[in-house]
Every structure is written in structure tokens, then in C-alpha cells.
Write a new protein. Structure first.
Length: 410
């Protein structure tokens, strides 16, 4: 295998070194092995049309858009690539399947597995595969297997795999990925649960998968047999919407009418700092409240005061003709309080349910252990499923359990 340890002395070496330092500061790169892979791979080869300063910055590079102008293929942001490689814990000699190609991430994986390992990268889009077939040999990684196929069915010719690394947004875990995984192997996948996307490292444990780590991540959606959609319920023209997932049914007419009704407000007393993350709160609400969804809004709707949604979407809950969503109000220069706005016939009651769960998260789970997400084959009986929440998908039954912080669950 050709490596690029001399990359540090090229004109791009200083850009690569600065990127690695930034990714270490962000806790995306955590080990020297991943840092060495980033240092070795000439990232600019895989995005020749983009300015090199952008290629070596912490942002995605769009390589293809659909007819609406939406990105359907990207060179992922380095931060996401780095922490997913850390999640995967790829060791020399391993056989790795990458689902969702493009080239550069496969090159990183090739560096990690070394000459004794084997890397297969696959994608359903000929455009993406053509780029990988061109750029991987050009960068010195011509030994990577490049496969044009629907990843729903895996890559049986090259199986079994010690690791499956998925770099497209997935709604489910197809049976083929399980069947082609070696005993004790890991699947790292950005899985969609109740409209939230999280990169989860699942380890095969007997007949099911158990999460080892969870990170926030967003990817373009999978195409082909594994494609998925969500219901978008518009509440005000096309500027305010609820995004509903996992087969939950919403009455759009009733919920749009609810937005026109007076707003109920409820505040929690739970606060958060400006730079303090609370991704686990969104996940907690999503996995403990039936009817969870996301409220999204254009800037114009926020400016007009129609809703107060966060730019990336606010955790929300709907039930019949009522919905409620999480908001923040500023208490000081670096402090905000969580609250809930409700609209509809039971606005106060639904808001109170969300408030109760925010307080439960604050007292029992905040800054505690991550939830445990387990995946079982479809058809697994209920009495064999742990956890308080079961989410059924086509191939998989997911369960979610939240460990308590200390003894605060009593």
C-alpha cells in the first residue's frame, strides 16, 4: 500500500497539520492512529474542484446536488469523519466495508487497516463510484475494492467484515449488514430515531447489536431499497412545519389550526450555558415521549414571532390537535432557561408533559451515561426486548434504555 507520510512537507502539509490540531481541540481526533491517517491522506486529491483552504477546513464539500439544489453527495466534514473512525476503532489487518463512497474516507480506513487489511467501499450512485475509482488510485490507494451496488444488500463477495462504517443517513439496519459482520464486529451508522440523527457504534453481541458510543451527526439520506422519508406537516404556509418520523401519524389540518390558537407557556427552572451542549436532552425527549417530532421554521417565521424554533429544529411533541415545543429564554449574559410553548386544545397539559421530562432529564440523566440503544431482528418477541421504548422498523426492533446518574432514579 502506498502511504503519504511525506505529505507533511508538501504545500498542503501545513493545512493538514492545522486541521488535525483543530480536530483534536474538538475531541474528534482522540488517538494518534487516526491523526496519522489524516496526516497521510492527501485530502485535496478527492475534491480537485474546491479551493484547498476549504478542503482542509472543517466543513463538508458538496460534490453533487439534485434538481432542487439539495446536496445528495458530499465529502463529509472532517470532524464527522474523524469521530466516526474513532468510534469504529479500526485495527491493522481488519476487513472493513464502507457504505457511502467518495474516496477520502476509504483512504483513511486503508491507512488504518494497513497492508494486511482489506477495504471495500460501495455506493449506489455511478457518479460517486466513478469519482472513487478515479481518485483512490490517484491518491495511492488503488487496492481499495470499489463496488457499484445498492448497499441494502451489503457486499457478500468481500465479506465477512470486522467493521461496517456507514457514511450516509440510514433509517434502519438491513439484515445483510448483520449477516456479513464477523463475530464481535462493529457497525458504525448514522441512524435516524424519531427525526434525530445520531452516529451509533453498534457491537454484535450474540443475536443482537448493542451501542458502544453515540455522537451527533447528519448525513445525506440513503438511496435505493434503504431509502426512507418522513412526514412533513406544514403549520403555516411552507415556513413552519413539524417533521414526523417512525410511522407516527399526525393530523396536519388540526395542528395547523392549533398554531392559530393562543400560546401557553411553561418554564422549567432548568438552565444551560451558551456553550454548553444539550444534545442528550433532545435524545431523551425523543426516546421517552410518544409523539416526539421536530419543529422547523424559516428565519422569516421566527422574525415574525410565529414560532421560536432553533435553526436546526426544536424538540416537539404532538397529540391530536395539540403540539408543544422546547424554547430557551435568556436569563443573563451566559445563561438560558428551558421552557415549553404549547398550542391547541390541550396546550397546557401537553406543555406540562414536556416540562416534566426536561426536569427528569436534569435530575436523573444530565451529564450522566449515554443511553443504551439495542437492535434486534424484526420479529423478536416483546418479552426478549429490554428498555422502556421499542421502535419498530422494517428490519430491526430498536430499544432504548437510559442509565440513571448515581442513585437519582429512586
Amino acid at each position: 500500500m502506498t502511504t503519504h507520510s511525506d505529505n507533511a512537507v508538501t504545500p498542503f502539509g501545513s493545512l493538514s497539520a492545522a486541521l488535525i490540531d483543530q480536530l483534536r481541540d474538538l475531541n474528534a481526533i482522540r488517538t494518534d492512529r487516526v491523526a496519522d491517517a489524516f496526516r497521510a491522506v492527501p485530502r485535496h486529491v478527492f475534491a480537485p474542484d474546491a479551493p484547498v483552504e476549504e478542503v482542509y477546513s472543517n466543513q463538508p464539500i458538496v460534490t453533487k446536488r439534485d434538481e432542487r439544489g439539495l446536496a445528495i453527495s458530499t465529502v463529509s466534514a472532517p470532524r464527522i469523519q474523524a469521530f466516526m473512525l474513532e468510534q469504529a476503532d479500526i485495527q491493522p489487518g481488519m476487513r472493513v466495508l464502507e457504505i457511502g463512497s467518495g474516496g477520502v474516507n476509504a483512504a483513511y480506513i486503508a491507512e488504518l487497516v494497513g497492508e494486511a487489511g482489506e477495504v471495500t467501499t460501495m455506493d449506489i450512485d455511478p457518479f460517486v463510484i466513478d469519482r472513487a475509482k478515479r481518485f483512490l488510485p490517484e491518491a495511492g490507494y488503488g487496492q481499495v475494492n470499489v463496488v457499484l451496488a445498492d448497499a441494502e444488500f451489503g457486499a457478500p463477495k468481500h465479506a465477512p467484515f470486522d467493521r461496517v462504517v456507514v457514511t450516509v443517513g440510514a433509517w434502519d439496519i438491513p439484515a445483510a449488514w448483520w449477516e456479513q459482520l464477523a463475530p464481535g464486529g462493529l457497525i458504525v451508522v448514522p441512524i435516524r430515531i424519531r427525526s434525530l440523527n445520531r452516529s451509533v457504534a453498534f457491537q454484535l453481541d450474540g443475536g443482537h447489536l448493542v451501542s458502544q458510543s453515540i455522537e451527533r451527526a447528519g448525513f445525506v439520506a440513503m438511496q435505493g431499497a434503504g431509502a426512507f422519508g418522513e412526514e412533513v406537516v406544514y403549520l403555516h404556509d411552507d415556513t413552519v412545519a413539524l417533521r414526523v418520523d417512525d410511522g407516527q401519524q399526525a393530523n396536519g389540518a388540526l395542528l395547523a389550526a392549533a398554531l392559530k390558537q393562543p400560546r401557553a407557556e411553561s418554564w422549567t427552572g432548568v438552565t444551560v450555558g451558551d456553550q454548553e451542549p444539550f444534545d442528550d436532552l433532545d435524545m431523551f425527549l425523543a426516546t421517552t415521549l410518544p409523539g416526539f417530532c421536530l419543529l422547523t421554521a424559516h428565519d422569516s417565521a421566527v422574525v415574525e414571532g410565529i414560532v421560536q424554533a432553533r435553526p436546526w429544529g426544536s424538540s416537539a411533541l404532538f397529540c391530536g390537535g395539540t403540539f408543544a415545543y422546547v424554547v430557551l429564554r435568556q436569563l443573563g449574559p451566559d445563561r438560558h432557561e428551558f421552557g415549553v410553548y404549547g398550542h391547541g386544545t390541550d396546550a397546557e397539559g401537553l406543555a406540562a408533559r414536556v416540562v416534566d421530562q426536561i426536569n427528569a432529564w436534569n435530575s436523573r440523566h444530565r451529564n450522566g451515561a449515554a443511553p443504551v440503544i439495542s437492535a434486534y431482528p424484526a420479529g423478536t418477541p416483546d418479552d426478549q426486548l429490554p428498555g422502556s421504548l421499542v421502535i419498530d422498523k422494517k428490519h430491526t426492533r430498536f430499544t432504548v434504555s437510559w442509565p440513571c446518574r448515581g442513585t437519582r432514579c429512586s
